[in-house]
Write a protein that binds this ligand. Structure first.
Ligand SMILES: [Mn+2]
Length: 288
């Protein structure tokens, strides 16, 4: 397994100095930096190649996290919005190729955060799957995996448990379209987190890890040792990426509904210490 974190841990805005953060995350001991996929479209070819080289030099893997905006919803009843969604995801895949990233992860089957104005699920699935087939074709030709994130009921109506995620992937029918399970969402929706991981089996392409309140693994009460056992049972060798949201204020906290400080007023040094300790803890629980 490779361990990583989302870039936004230290900030309150969805933005990042990636060269600096790559070094920081590498120094802490991670193997993966998860980027914000939209940022790839804002970067020049030179910046993408510079980041690609830096990641290679540090032996770091880059993954890209996406939650498309509402005007790029693959499940929208509006064909223009669906078309914009398909084009957007394909543009991201092309930028990922330039930065050397092989894994696009997130709720790309629709938009995020969902406003639940439309909840006609079967029709939404039909539309989303049709668009995802086009995206999958591009992903196949670029050798990139698209991992569909199973969310919880408050954030989407499309895919809210592992079983539905597997069915969605089956209907898209591509080797490059797999599942992203996230322990935070699973804790709300699954009967049993390790069993859901076993059910996903070889279709599990990416794992997000966080406690029930999105604190760092080890700060709460999720059954990490049992989760690790399930990952070993399915021979999981892909990414285990933390998505911690501890800081109050700003657009990150607003989008992730962090309405109080969960960091104990940590400064940057403390945040580094917390995440390093969490990595040590998680590696121990997952490999013991
Ligand atoms: Mn997640």
């Amino acid at each position: 397994m490779k361990f990583g974190t989302l870039y936004s841990y230290w900030g309150t805005k969805w933005q990042c100095d990636y060269l600096k953060t790559l070094k920081r995350v590498s120094d802490i001991g991670f193997d993966i930096l998860e980027m914000g996929a939209p940022h790839l479209l804002e970067m020049s070819d030179y910046e993408l190649s510079e980041l690609r080289r830096a990641a290679k030099d540090m032996d770091m893997v880059l993954t890209a996290n996406i939650g498309p905006a509402k005007d790029k919803d693959l499940a929208s009843p509006d064909p223009d919005i669906r078309k914009a969604g398909v084009n957007y995801l394909i543009d991201i895949l092309k930028a990922m190729e330039k930065v050397g990233s092989k894994s696009l992860v997130g709720a790309m089957y629709s938009y995020w955060p969902c406003q639940f104005e439309i909840t006609d699920k079967e029709a939404a699935w039909e539309r989303s799957i049709e668009g995802m087939k086009e995206v999958a074709e591009a992903a196949e030709s670029l050798g990139i995996e698209c991992c569909q994130e199973v969310l919880n009921r408050y954030e989407t109506y499309i895919i809210t448990d592992c079983r539905e995620g597997l069915e969605y992937c089956r209907r898209v029918g591509s080797e490059n379209v797999n599942l992203l399970l996230d322990t935070f969402h699973m804790n709300i929706e699954e009967d049993n987190i390790p069993e859901a991981i076993r059910l996903a089996g070889r279709k599990l392409g990416h794992l997000h890890v966080g406690e029930s309140n999105r604190k760092l693994p080890g700060m709460g009460s999720l059954p990490w040792r049992d989760i690790g056992r399930a990952l070993r049972d399915i021979g999981y060798e892909k990414g285990v990426v933390m998505e911690p949201f501890l800081l109050q204020g700003g657009e990150v906290a607003r989008d992730c509904k962090v309405w109080r400080d969960l960091s104990g007023n940590a400064d940057e040094k403390m945040l580094d210490r917390y995440i390093k300790e969490s990595l040590t803890f998680l590696k121990h629980e997952f490999t013991f």
